[in-house]
Each structure stands twice: as structure tokens, then as C-alpha cells.
Ligand binder design. Structure first.
Ligand code: MN
Length: 294
């Protein structure tokens, strides 16, 4: 099932051919249009119980092109992201650090770990990545990273690897937009609009093996990243186990699994287009943000 949030936070199921959407909002008994109501996280928690109702959705199917798709998650308690989870990406970053600083004394930054991005950085398929003015003025680069992204169903702490996949509601495409350079990762990756997600959440039952998906990212039709999730250093179950050993996972939490090699700069006017097997296509324009106002 492909779950989308569209228009004024309506819930929809996208057709198998990805051309139309049925509004199932009225089948969610605890739906509340207030964005702070928590209905989405409750749906993540109770999805197994609610999902059978969606099979009865007979509402009129609307062409997907007629709705405005929003980010397919709402108010996650946290956005976790993996650092350095593909060897070839680790190598490209090691070369970059050596070239820029003449040393790899920052080697710790090339080890697998998890960090947090601000949930307020999430945007959806109908939005744009806004390049903030300050880092550009300072000569910094803003990079794209395209990542297989999980949405947590049942939360939990100390989740065993063997149980990990049963805690995953589904998968979507995530862009971990990044200001390169020194400074805390959580700040450099948390500028508003720096976490585009979408176009929808494909539920886990449709993804037989999250470790066998192809990730592709192109800018203006030119391929920049092309990789397989089979090259993840820590696979999806290991990521869920490790993250939950540190911080309790809540229903609706989002986890980006790390960028494959081929990261690079994005510029005003670019259109970034990412696809992952079975998860659709996320196409987001890049624009310069206006100057920062206090
Ligand atoms: Mn990343």
C-alpha cells in the first residue's frame, strides 16, 4: 500500500499504477485536521489494526496530478539519520577532507553513527529546497544526499535485529541536504527544507528486501548517484537495533539510512530527481532563499 498525505493533510492511498489517489481520511477514526493532533503517529502505531479498512476504500479516485502531495509523514518526534553507511561514500569524503585540510585527523567523522536532523526541516514533493544565504556567502557548498528512508510503526527501545523489520511501517525516499564543512552535523543538515521526503510511504509488505533496492539521483537528467542498498555497511535491521539502543523509537519516527557515493553540490535552478526501486520518484526544485530576516 502506498500512503500519501495530500492537500490539507488528507490521507490517501495511491493506486498500484501510481496515477490516482483515493481519499481514506474518513476511515481513520481518530483523524483530526489539527496538525498537532498526533493522528499520523497514532496511525503509524495502530496501522496493522486500521489498514484493513483501507481495502474498503471506494471513494472516487482522483488523478494524482490534481492533488498536492505533502511530505508523507507528520510531526515525527525525531528524524534520525545515518552517517557514513556506504564505503565508497566514506572514501569520497576522506579524499575531500585530505584535500581541504591536508590531514584526516577528523577520522571519527568517517565512522558509522547516527545523528539527529530537526523535524522542521521536512518538506514534501510539491516543495522546493531553499538554499540559505549565509553558508553560501561563506563559500560553503550545499550537497544532495539521496537515501532509503524508513518510517517506524511500533516504537520501542533495545529492539533486537531479528525483530527490527516488524517495527518498520514502510519506506520512502529521503534527501539529506547538507551544508558541508566544519560545525555540528545537526545544524548543517537542519536548515529549513533540508529534508525532502516522498512521494509517499510504501508499506513494508511491498518491499521484500530493503537490502536490495537501487537508489538513483539525477540533476537536470544527469546521473549523480547510482547505488544499491546491498552496499549499506549497516543494513536496515542493524540501523533500527543500533538507533533504538540509544534512543527509544516512537511511532512515526523517520530514519534516513545514509548516502551512497556521488554526493555533490546543488545550485539555484537545479531540479533534483531521486528514485528508489518500488518507492516512486521524488522530484524537487532548488531555489535560493531570500536573505535571512531576524
Ligand atoms: Mn546523509
Amino acid at each position: 500500500m502506498k500512503l500519501a498525505i495530500f492537500d490539507e493533510r488528507r490521507l490517501g492511498v495511491v493506486s498500484v499504477d501510481e496515477r490516482s489517489i483515493v481519499d481514506v481520511t474518513d476511515l481513520v477514526p481518530f483523524y483530526d485536521p489539527d496538525p498537532l493532533s498526533g493522528w499520523w503517529r497514532r496511525l503509524c502505531r495502530d496501522f496493522a489494526e486500521i489498514a484493513p479498512r483501507f481495502g474498503d476504500a471506494h471513494g472516487p479516485a482522483r488523478p494524482l496530478a490534481e492533488v498536492r502531495l505533502q511530505a508523507p509523514v507528520l510531526n515525527p518526534s525525531k528524524v534520525i539519520a545515518c552517517a557514513v553507511n556506504y564505503r565508497e561514500h566514506a572514501e569520497e569524503m576522506r579524499s575531500r577532507i585530505l584535500e581541504r585540510t591536508g590531514t584526516d585527523q577528523s577520522a571519527w567523522i568517517l565512522q558509522f553513527d547516527v545523528f539527529l536532523k530537526a523535524p522542521s526541516s521536512i518538506v514534501g514533493p510539491a516543495d522546493a529546497i531553499l538554499l540559505p544565504e549565509r553558508p553560501l556567502r561563506e563559500g560553503r557548498e550545499i550537497h544532495h544526499e539521496s537515501e532509503l528512508t524508513l518510517v517506524i510503526a511500533r516504537g520501542g527501545a533495545q529492539i533486537a535485529e531479528a525483530d527490527a523489520l516488524s517495527h518498520v511501517l514502510g519506506y520512502t525516499i529521503g534527501l539529506d541536504i547538507t551544508e558541508r564543512g566544519s560545525g555540528d552535523r545537526s545544524r548543517r543538515k537542519s536548515w529549513d527544507t533540508f529534508t525532502p521526503l516522498g512521494p509517499w510511504v510504501t508499506t513494508a509488505d511491498e518491499i521484500a528486501d530493503p537490502g536490495a533496492l537501487t537508489i538513483h539521483l539525477a540533476i537536470g537528467g544527469e546521473t549523480k548517484q547510482h547505488a544499491s542498498t546491498r552496499d549499506l555497511i549497516v543494513g536496515v535491521p542493524g540501523i533500527v537495533a543500533y538507533a533504538s539502543s540509544v534512543m527509544r523509537l516512537e511511532p512515526g519516527d523517520v530514519i534516513l539510512t545514509g548516502a551512497p557515493q556521488g554526493v555533490g553540490e546543488i545550485h539555484d535552478g537545479d531540479v533534483v530527481e531521486a528514485t528508489i526501486t518500488g518507492l516512486g520518484r521524488l522530484r524537487v526544485p532548488v531555489r535560493a532563499a531570500g536573505p535571512v530576516h531576524a
